[in-house]
Every structure is written in C-alpha cells, then in structure tokens.
Design a protein around this ligand. Structure first.
Ligand code: G4P
Length: 282
C-alpha cells in the first residue's frame, strides 16, 4: 500500500496516535531491521513523549545479522529496549511479552507493591507503512484480522487483541509517515519496498542497488548473477547490461532493473542492511 502523505494526513495521523496512546501502557515501535534509521518516523519522540517504548527491529530474517547486532547495541546504549523480530514467525513474536515486561518492570513492581493484581499489559503497534504492523498483529491475534482501519484517517471502534493473558493490543496500528526530505532515505525506502516504484525511476534505483551491493555485499552479488571480480568493477550501467545479458533479457534494462529490485526486496540476493551502522549511528 502506498500512501501519499499530505500535511492534513500527517496532522490526522498524529492526532489518532495521540488519542490511542491514552489507552496503552507501552508503544511497540516497529522499524524495518534493514533500515533502523530510515524507517523511523521523524517526529516519534515528540508524538509519544514519555510513553514507554519497545523498539522492534522487524524483518530481522532479511537483515544482515552483524549490522542488526550493532544497531541493537546502539539503541540499547541510548537507553532503549530493543528486540530483533520476525513478525512472520510465532516463536519470534513470543519474545515480545518478556521484553515488554522488562520495559515496564518499575511500573509493574510499583503496582505489585500497592497490592494491585497483575494484569495484562496494554500496547499499541506503531510505525511507518510496510514495516510489518499488520503481519505482527495477525500473528499475535493468531488469525487474520480486518484491516479496515489500516489507513490514516480511517477510524473505527477501539478493539483489543488478546495474546495469552499477559498482553492486550489495540487491533489497529498507528500509522505514521516516513522521513522523506532526504533523497537518500527515499531511495533506501524504495529499495526495501516501503515506497513503491512509481515515485522513482526503476533504472536509477537498480543502479543505486548495484552500487550498494558491490560495496557491502560483493560476494552475494557475484554469486547470484554469476559475475566475476572484473565484471563487478566496471561502470555501473555496464554492470546492469552484463546482468541483463546473463539473465537473457538482451537489452531490456527495465526488466533487468525490475528483477534486481524484486530480488533484493524478497531476500533472494541474501540478507542485507541498507542503513549502515558505521555511517548513521551518532
Ligand atoms: P504494514 O502493516 O506495516 O503496512 O506492513 P505489512 O504487515 O502489510 O507487511 C508488509 C510486507 O512485509 C508484507 O509483504 C509482509 O508479509 C512482509 N513482512 C512483515 N513482517 C515480515 C518479517 O518479519 N519478515 C519478512 N521476510 N517479511 C515480513 P508483502 O509482500 O507486501 O505481502 P505478502 O505477500 O506477504 O502478503
């Protein structure tokens, strides 16, 4: 789903999230593990303010594990609780409850000391489009839930999904806008599939992908397309031509570009992290 974000949408999304915050103990901020910097909403701190938060680096199955570890250490060093997650995997999803309890341990201890009976933690899922919010809610619910509210500006009655007896989630996620001022971030969001192609030229995107892969994951690129070391370090357009030729696409570079982008997004090119910890963590 591609959402065009206009100022009115943003104001409404912010208002809706603020409304929902009142009902919950904790926010699950869903981020794409391949984009731990670029897939966060730029105003999140301001929107959620002091509400406790658990950062979930989702699609960890697609991300480079070494980079994920560095990002987890980084977020932790900034006093955040963070968990690498694969929302499609029930075992992975089960780790959320203990992590949420850890975030809320002071509050839960205080309630216990005051004799308040243990109760389910109330949470909401929040994130930019395509980070896996619906997938996570469906896995927590144990079934496919209706997604009529899964658009900014579409509201419906508040309902809760129960996960065991320890967690209750608002059944509609909070949807916020991505960072889009910086063209590099836009390009990375497009490469991950968070923004759909029509906003950017396919061939520009494919060339950016090739530049990224040959810098950080040259072996994965060579292996997937049967390239030699020499093939890799020719001019980028020549590299695209070589790949198109090897795949039998002749001079159909649009088709080759589309194939490259789809294979990156789906993980066929191996695991990768677009946001490099060394360049972005400050
Ligand atoms: P959203 O609500 O935040 O907008 O995201 P949504 O759950 O719709 O997920 C967006 C895409 O990301 C979906 O793929 C979904 O399957 C995929 N996804 C979500 N979590 C994970 C994960 O942990 N690992 C992997 N590998 N993929 C994940 P899609 O191709 O758009 O849809 P579909 O073909 O799966 O239905």
């Amino acid at each position: 789903m591609t959402i065009q974000w206009f100022p009115g949408h943003m104001a409404k999304a912010k208002r809706e999230v603020s409304e929902k915050l009142k009902f919950v103990d904790i926010v699950f901020e869903l981020v794409d593990a391949r984009l731990p910097f670029s897939s966060r909403n730029p105003m999140l701190d301001q929107i959620i303010q002091q509400k406790p938060r658990l950062i979930l680096l989702n699609k960890a199955d697609l991300a480079d594990p070494a980079q994920t570890t560095k990002w987890i250490d980084y977020f932790t060093s900034q006093d955040n609780q963070v968990l690498a997650l694969t929302a499609k995997n029930d075992k992975s999803v089960k780790q959320i409850v203990p992590a949420a309890k850890k975030v809320l341990s002071d509050k839960l201890d205080r309630e216990k000391a005051r004799g308040i009976k243990p109760r389910a933690i109330r949470a909401m899922v929040l994130g930019i489009p395509n980070v896996g919010k619906s997938t996570l809610l469906n896995h927590l619910a144990g079934k496919k839930i209706a997604t009529t509210g899964n658009k900014p500006g579409v509201t419906k009655g508040q309902q809760w999904i129960r996960f065991g007896n320890q967690l209750e989630l608002l059944d509609t996620p909070g949807i916020l806008w991505p960072k889009f001022e910086d063209p590099d971030i836009g390009q990375k969001l497009a490469l991950s599939g968070a923004i759909k192609d029509d906003l950017l030229h396919l061939d520009d995107l494919a060339l950016a992908e090739l530049e990224f892969l040959r810098r950080f994951y040259p072996d994965q690129l060579k292996e997937r397309y049967g390239l030699s070391e020499d093939d890799l370090f020719q001019e980028l357009p020549d590299l695209l031509i070589e790949i198109a030729r090897k795949r039998g696409f002749k001079d159909d570079y649009d088709r080759a570009s589309e194939m490259l982008i789809n294979e990156l997004r789906s993980g066929k090119l191996g695991r990768y992290t677009l946001d490099r910890f060394e360049e972005l963590a400050k």
